[in-house]
Write a protein that binds this ligand. Structure first.
Ligand code: SF4
Length: 314
């Protein structure tokens, strides 16, 4: 499933998600809080996934099915893994821009050592870089980087990219209790982030089921502390700590809508109910998808979420 939504996004308004990574989940990181499950293929070598023309055509068709009010504000690469591992990302961005929408990429920034990745990202209008930590040991603990990645160089490449990127640049920091929630990490991270002056630094907590169940969010006291430290450093900072709404995009095909959205974004029960209502469907559809092992249900913080079920390909 290549495109899904649009899903409401605090950062991007209505965002039509694009998943340019073919299953199984392929990433250069294995973050303990990842909401698309465990990394099945970990590495830093770029490869070809979908052809850019295929992505363009799928998105074009998807946009055609949306009514005027549902037209997105952004086309956003938010993948089943790390979008910059796609060798054709730049070509896809250029093609998609022909549809008349700005393009955003949410990346973990670990491949910025590769000039072709930086060149591809320069073509986007909005880029969010993951920055959870300011030291190598915590980086290992929280992001589980692939072999071959070097923390010092990683920071240098973030600096290099941010000094040359002409679009809107944001950072996102996921805060996990007991791992990167210390004053020391917040202070060092703020020192790093302020040097490249992002338009916004987001502080997030896991609000959807993480890949490692013990990855839990810190209390409000800690979140406030992090915000105060960032603010004191002159960084425009916002929390990303709540559910971002319960609207979902409708293509009219309930099976596809559920599968597309749950492939990259756990679907909370109330959103799923809305989606079913809109398409005059009922939970029979959901039960059938569960029986076919296409989606699974999980409970997190007392709420039911539906996720795409992946099977290891050997
Ligand atoms: S959170 Fe992003 S970077 Fe981390 S493992 Fe998941 S997909 Fe990869």
């Amino acid at each position: 499933m290549i495109s899904f939504g649009p899903v409401p996004s605090r950062r991007l308004g209505k965002s039509l998600g694009i998943n340019n990574i073919i299953s199984p989940k392929t990433c250069s990181y294995g973050c303990v809080y990842c909401q698309v499950g465990k990394t099945m293929k970990k590495g830093i070598k770029r490869e070809a996934f979908f052809k850019p023309e295929v992505i363009f055509e799928k998105v074009r068709q998807h946009l055609k099915q949306l009514n005027k009010e549902n037209q997105p504000d952004y086309l956003t690469f938010v993948s089943n893994g790390e979008p910059t591992l796609d060798l054709n990302l730049g070509k896809s961005i250029l093609l998609l821009k022909k549809l008349g929408f700005p393009v955003a990429v949410i990346t973990n920034a670990s491949l910025l050592f590769d000039e072709s990745v930086r060149e591809d990202l320069f073509k986007a209008d909005w880029v969010s870089l993951k920055m959870d930590v300011a030291d190598k040991d915590t980086w290992q603990k929280i992001n589980h980087p692939a072999p071959g990645l070097d923390f010092k160089k990683h920071l240098e490449n973030i600096n290099l990219f941010s000094s040359l990127f002409k679009g809107l640049l944001c950072t996102e920091t996921m805060i996990i209790k007991g791992i990167n929630d210390s004053v020391e990490n917040f202070s060092n991270l703020a020192e790093l982030i302020k040097t490249f002056n992002p338009c916004k630094a987001y502080l997030a907590i896991p609000i959807r089921p993480p890949s490692v169940k013990t990855s839990i969010s810190p209390g409000t006291e800690i979140m406030n502390l992090a915000w105060q430290i960032f603010f004191k450093n002159g960084i425009k900072t916002e929390f990303l700590t709540g559910f971002e709404g319960n609207e979902t995009g409708f293509t009219g095909n309930i099976y596809e809508d559920i599968l597309n959205i749950t492939a990259v974004h756990p679907l909370r029960e109330d959103s799923l109910t809305n989606l079913l209502k809109h398409d005059n469907a009922d939970y029979e559809v959901v039960n059938s998808l569960i029986k076919q092992r296409l989606i699974q249900v999980t409970v997190y913080k007392g709420k039911k979420f539906y996720l795409r079920e992946y099977h290891l390909q050997i």
